[in-house]
Each structure stands twice: as structure tokens, then as C-alpha cells.
Ligand binder design. Structure first.
Ligand SMILES: [Fe+2]
Length: 371
């Protein structure tokens, strides 16, 4: 039976009690994410296709997804996940407490992590855990509903390999970013609530996007730096995703996720077009291969250059007019930055493109499987 549609609570823009004012609290133009019951969506295939795979799609929360889970998962989603985990498996844990300075991460076993987060309420976060730490069926138990997947023209992110990834944590916040691989996302909350702040790709200048990579130059979990232009003009969404609900997030949408209570979620990623898959895969290779291997994104020169680039773009767009000479100097600087970006892409990105085209020129069958 369809779950009745209900209004999302108004977005929280006031500072979170117990935390100093943060950049994430300075957004003035946030609206709620539309919620729709799974049964209502399935009853209207045209709407389903348009909202999840159509052009100009926006974020959507599908309620009632937990009703499709089998027993005993439906009765105790977190307990089943915990019981099935490889408890001795060692994972890398991030320490990013909300409103506090980032602390060095560490390693612990999956069993220790569950105890720290879900029993003792400590601040910790892990992301992107795959079946190395959980049996495939443990993650697969929370798969998106088959009826919904079957109605979509979607393609597996990694060509048929299980794509479910786990995101667990408490009292933590991520960086503001969009996914490097340009994939669409089905993010299913297994347990606990998490707060999401989302922006369309056209808000990149207001969010101070770094060049070359899909991160913001700003830390939205810290107080607002002086002279930060554009943030108050960014137009986005804020919502709290509850257990048993599924967020549908279009590709290249910015997201800042706060673990406001101990929570667990599973993500499935997919593509709706070959072009996005191709360029998204290349971009993912570029980021996860070259930039991570060389660590240039953490280098001091890159952060300084990136911050200058992001601030200048925001000033040109949102700042007060400063006269033609200053504007021309700034535009000239940005043009040089643009050239530098293109040079890096030409040297590294486009050769990868030819490699891919050569390897997969007859490879339409890689799209055959469906998530
Ligand atoms: Fe992400």
C-alpha cells in the first residue's frame, strides 16, 4: 500500500545547537526535496522515468522503500547488516566531527567501528565500503526495488559488478563535492537520519569549485571565512533522509552530508547515457588515478591556486564592480587558469579517451546488464 505523501520539514538554516555557526548555516536559498511514495511512482511509469532519468531532473526522495526489503531485514535493518559483517575486517575510519577540526583518521575492525558508532555514539565515518568487508548478500539486501530499476534505462557503473557501497557514521560531515565519476546515485538509508545539502551543477561558482577536481575550496563545516562571495546566493536543497527512504541524486549534483545521528546507508550508482558514462569514467580515472597518485590536490601550491581561482570566479560573478582594469586582470587570470586546465586534460585526459574508444569501440554489450 502506498505511503501517504507528507511535507518535508522546513530546511534547517539556523546554527545547529552545540556547534559554532558554520558556512553550511549561511545558505539563504534552500528548499525542501520533493518526496514521493514508491507505490505512487511505480504507478506512473512516465513520471518515474522523467524524475529519475529525464533531462533536467532534480533530487527526489522516494519513501516506503523499506517495505520492499525481505524479512528479517525489514524488521531490523541495522541489526542484520551488523550480524552479517566481516567483523575482523580492517577499515580506514575518518574523524570529521561536525563543527570541529578534522582529526587524523585511523584503522579499526568493522566490529569495533559498529560498537564505537552505534553503541557508544562516537564521532567516526567510513565511506564506500564494498563487499570486501561485507558479504554481497548483506549489502544486496537493501538493493533498490527491482520494479523501479527495471523501469529505468540505466547502466551499471562498473559493467555488472555489484555496485552497492556502504556509508556509515555518526557526528560527522563530508566535504562539499560532487562524485568524480559523474554517476547518478540511489542513496538508501538503512538506519538513522542524515542531513543533506544539495546543489545543481550550475551553482559551482557560488560554491567556489576548485579547478580540475570536483571539490569546493571551502569547508562548509567551519565558520565562514571573511569576504566569501556567492554563498548567500547559491540556490539549493536541504533535507533529512530517514531510514527506509531513498534519495535519487542526479549526476554532478553537489552534496554535503552530515551524519546527525548514528546512521547507515547503501549507495548504488548508475548512468543514463553513454556519453556521461564515458566522460564520467575518464574523469574518475583522472581523479582516482593521476591526482590521488600524485597527491597534487593536497599540495600547497594547488590549494593556493585553486582558492584564488575559485574566489576570483565568485568575485567576477557576484562581487561589486571594480572598474574595467581590475575586471580585465581577473578575467585574464581566469583565462590562464582555463588554459592550464585544458593543458592538463589534453595531456592526461584525452589520451585516456582514445584508449577507451579503441578498447570499447565494439563494446555495446558492456551496457547489457542492469543494476
Ligand atoms: Fe559523494
Amino acid at each position: 500500500m502506498a505511503e501517504p505523501a507528507r511535507a518535508d520539514p522546513p530546511p534547517a538554516t539556523a546554527p545547529t545547537p552545540g556547534h559554532p555557526p558554520r558556512l553550511a548555516d549561511d545558505f539563504a536559498n534552500l528548499r525542501p526535496v520533493e518526496r514521493v511514495a514508491l507505490a505512487d511512482l511505480l504507478a506512473d511509469p512516465a513520471r518515474l522515468k522523467a524524475r529519475i532519468a529525464g533531462r533536467g531532473r532534480t533530487p527526489l526522495i522516494v519513501t516506503g522503500v523499506a517495505d520492499t526489503w525481505a524479512e528479517p531485514v525489514r524488521a531490523d535493518p541495522l541489526g542484520c547488516l551488523r550480524a552479517r559483517a566481516h567483523g575482523d575486517s580492517v577499515i580506514s575510519v575518518h574523524r570529521t566531527p561536525r563543527g570541529g577540526p578534522r582529526r587524523p583518521g585511523g584503522q579499526m575492525t568493522v566490529a569495533e567501528f559498529f560498537a564505537a558508532v552505534f553503541d557508544r555514539g562516537e564521532s567516526a565515518r567510513v565511506f564506500g565500503l564494498t563487499t570486501g568487508h561485507f558479504p554481497a548478500e548483506a549489502v544486496g539486501a537493501y538493493r533498490p526495488p527491482d520494479a523501479l530499476i527495471g523501469a529505468l534505462p540505466i547502466r551499471d557503473r562498473y559493467f555488472g559488478i555489484e555496485t552497492g557501497m556502504l556509508f556509515l557514521g555518526n557526528d560527522a560531515a563530508t566535504d562539499m563535492h560532487y562524485d568524480r565519476e559523474w554517476n547518478d546515485l540511489l542513496h538508501i538509508a538503512v538506519a538513522g537520519r542524515r542531513r543533506l545539502t544539495l546543489f545543481a551543477p550550475d551553482q559551482s561558482t557560488a560554491l567556489h569549485k576548485l579547478p580540475l577536481i570536483s571539490d569546493s575550496a571551502l569547508d562548509f563545516d567551519r565558520p565562514t571565512p571573511p569576504d566569501t562571495l556567492g554563498i548567500d546566493q547559491a540556490i539549493g536543497y536541504r533535507c533529512e533522509l530517514e531510514a527506509g527512504e531513498m534519495l535519487v541524486l542526479p549526476c554532478r549534483y553537489w552534496h554535503f552530508i552530515e551524519y546527525i545521528e548514528p546512521s547507515a546507508a547503501v549507495s548504488y550508482s548508475f548512468y543514463t547515457s553513454r556519453i556521461t558514462w564515458l566522460f564520467g569514467t575518464l574523469n574518475g580515472l583522472f581523479y582516482n588515478g593521476f591526482s590521488v597518485a600524485r597527491r597534487f590536490n593536497e599540495a600547497g601550491w594547488f590549494r593556493r591556486w585553486g582558492r584564488w581561482h575559485a574566489r576570483t570566479r565568485a568575485k567576477l560573478r557576484y562581487g561589486p564592480p571594480r572598474g574595467p582594469a581590475v575586471a580585465m586582470l581577473r578575467a585574464g587570470g581566469l583565462a590562464l587558469t582555463w588554459l592550464a586546465e585544458r593543458t592538463v586534460y589534453c595531456l592526461l585526459w584525452y589520451p585516456m579517451l582514445f584508449f577507451f574508444l579503441a578498447r570499447y569501440r565494439g563494446g555495446a554489450n558492456i551496457y547489457a546488464s542492469k543494476t
